[in-house]
Ligand binder design. Structure first.
Ligand SMILES: *[C@@H]1O[C@H](CO)[C@@H](O)[C@H](O)[C@H]1NC(C)=O
Ligand SMILES: *[C@@H]1O[C@H](CO)[C@@H](O)[C@H](O)[C@H]1NC(C)=O
Ligand SMILES: [Mg+2]
Length: 264
């Protein structure tokens, strides 16, 4: 009863503030305040709302095949990545993954594996993207490869923590990346230098076998090979939907945030 009165008074205040003639007879003004119908003057948005909706659309895979971050969202995406939200969102994912991993009773034959993607999953390219408009600039393969070849990408801290915990639980780790075979050595070096020291294997994209193939096709095919070799993919984590779609995806998949680029 009190709540209804409160909502009613809020509506009254809003009506008097905006001078709107809301139709109280339809009861719409009694709905929960943030969900009330936007009508004319009442429908003003804070400037960043649409970028936040864009990001949600991207993470939920409603927005697909996008080439660059919308120009007007550069600040929004930059603040998200450099602020605490990116870290917290990542942690929410990896904690859930750990909870799941811990609940299992592994056979202990070394065949239980967890697949990790590399870019924006294990290693962060944020130093590069911070210099290139956080995904607003069109992808430049030359510049990006120069950055990768430095081998100085930092670890994503929540992923590194998950990785260490999984090792302790007895999982074997497989890195499965879209990086080409020409970058295998520098990637091995980079992974080891930031703490990813123990793993079953690093699978890179064979440029002949998978020439022109999508990440979904390539990764599905490599996961299938793993399972043919007797491995059980118990968990799979990546920042792209193409890491977790397709076949042989593993018993559970985990999607890390990435509002910078889209790979199909
Ligand atoms: C891409 O990056 C390279 C290397 O940094 C640079 O020389 C080139 O101008 C860039 N291309 C475009 C289209 O920006
Ligand atoms: C994973 O999925 C397979 C196939 O459905 C099932 O046999 C297996 O028990 C599952 N493993 C775990 C750890 O849930
Ligand atoms: Mg990735």
């Amino acid at each position: 009863m009190k709540l209804v009165t409160l909502i009613f008074s809020l509506s009254t205040i809003i009506i008097s503030c905006h001078g709107l003639a809301l139709d109280l007879d339809h009861g719409l003004s009694f709905s929960i305040f943030p969900l009330r119908l936007k009508s004319g003057l009442g429908g003003h948005y804070i400037p960043e709302t649409s970028c936040s909706s864009w990001r949600l659309g991207v993470e939920a895979h409603n927005i697909i095949d996008w080439k660059t971050v919308p120009q007007e969202c550069e600040d929004y995406v930059g603040n998200y990545l450099l602020g605490k939200q990116y870290r917290e969102d990542s942690k929410a994912v990896t904690e859930e993954a750990y909870k799941y991993a811990k609940s299992l009773n592994l056979v202990g034959d070394g065949k239980d594996i967890w697949v990790f993607d590399i870019d924006e999953t294990s290693l962060s390219n944020l130093p590069y993207y911070a210099d290139h408009g956080f995904g607003v600039e069109k992808y430049n393969a030359t510049a990006f490869n120069e950055w990768v070849d430095l081998g100085t990408a930092p670890a994503l801290p929540e992923s590194l923590k998950l990785y260490k915990r999984l090792l302790r639980l007895g999982f074997n780790i497989v890195f499965l990346t879209g990086r080409p075979d020409s970058q295998k050595d520098i990637t091995l070096h980079n992974l080891k230098s930031v703490g990813f020291t123990t793993f079953q294997t690093l699978i890179v994209k064979d440029s002949t076998e998978y020439n022109g193939k999508t990440a979904v096709t390539y990764k599905s095919s490599e996961r299938k090979k793993l399972e043919k070799n007797g491995y059980r993919i118990v968990g799979n984590i990546g920042d792209q939907w193409s890491d977790i779609l397709g076949t042989n995806t593993g018993n559970r998949t985990f999607k890390l945030p990435d509002p910078m680029y889209y790979i199909s």
